[in-house]
Design a protein. Structure first.
Length: 280
């Protein structure tokens, strides 16, 4: 028999829009963010805005840690009194141990079905999967719809500086210095848990139209959001450009959270999307 009373769980790296939590019944479990000896629950006692303000002032990258298996177990136990099963969708296992913590937490809740999904992505891509799941008629349908879409997730991001990826060890210091001296703006893509370079553009003024151009090559789209790291004005500009080309598509705007934000740094903008509308 299909499980029709189910709930959706995710973690704070999914950047679920606040209205979606209530609208779709999504429960968000926060990661922890550590600035030196100070620790915060992501999205609870440290907002994205506060995070990026702190990040811009520090010479050392903050660290993040996954929720404990116990934190997930507590959530699943509470939800077991409200529904008959859970689909729990999380940040890519290539970026965080969160999905594994959720899996361990689920194992301790005996007799209550919890299905863990490694999204292979991050930020609003994961939120889109949560929405897709919440709109399904049963837990089984939610799992099928989400798993079909995992390979269709994409992220395109424009970095304002190479400083943060250099601090995080993603590029060498010499390469970062050259990029800064030439004012190169790298464009990165993420798909199936892997991040790769796509292009380098001389100035930000040229880079934003290039970002839009790359996205439009990947249509049709099912879901789309413009995300920014302390760069709301540019995000609004990008959304306006996209709305002209994709007038029938709902386009969300959101601020990138702490995990991705740590490595891309303030001033970054990008698009998260699910390719190809699916007939169901």
């Amino acid at each position: 028999m299909a499980v029709t009373r189910f709930r959706v769980v995710t973690d704070s790296t999914s950047d679920v829009p606040p209205g979606w939590q209530e609208r779709f019944g999504i429960t968000v479990v926060p990661l922890a963010v550590h600035f030196g000896n100070e620790s915060f629950e992501d999205g609870v006692d440290l907002t994205n805005e506060e995070f990026f303000e702190r990040l811009g002032r520090t010479d050392r990258l903050p660290t993040t840690s996954a929720p404990s298996p116990g934190a997930f177990a507590d959530v699943y136990r509470r939800l077991s009194a409200e529904c008959d099963g859970v689909i729990s969708i999380h940040i890519s296992s290539t970026l965080s141990a969160t999905a594994e913590a959720a899996r361990l937490g689920a194992e301790s809740v005996v007799g209550f079905p919890v299905h863990i999904v490694d999204s292979r992505s991050v930020t609003m891509c994961v939120a889109f999967l949560c929405r897709v799941a919440a709109e399904a008629a049963s837990l089984e349908e939610a799992l099928r719809r989400v798993e079909e879409r995992v390979p269709r997730q994409r992220i395109l991001a424009l970095l304002d500086t190479l400083r943060y990826v250099e601090m995080g060890g993603r590029v060498g210091r010499a390469q970062a210095m050259i990029g800064t001296m030439l004012d190169l703006k790298p464009i990165l893509a993420m798909a199936n848990g892997e991040i790769r370079g796509v292009d380098k553009v001389r100035t930000r003024t040229r880079a934003i139209p290039r970002l839009v151009e790359l996205l439009l090559r990947d249509t049709p789209l099912e879901y789309l959001a413009v995300m920014h790291a302390h760069a709301a004005e540019d995000a609004t500009r990008i959304r306006s450009l996209l709305a002209q080309e994709l007038p029938d598509l709902e386009i969300e705007i959101g601020q990138t959270g702490t995990v991705l934000g740590t490595h891309v740094g303030p001033g970054s903008v990008g698009m998260t999307y699910l390719r190809g509308a699916i007939d169901e």
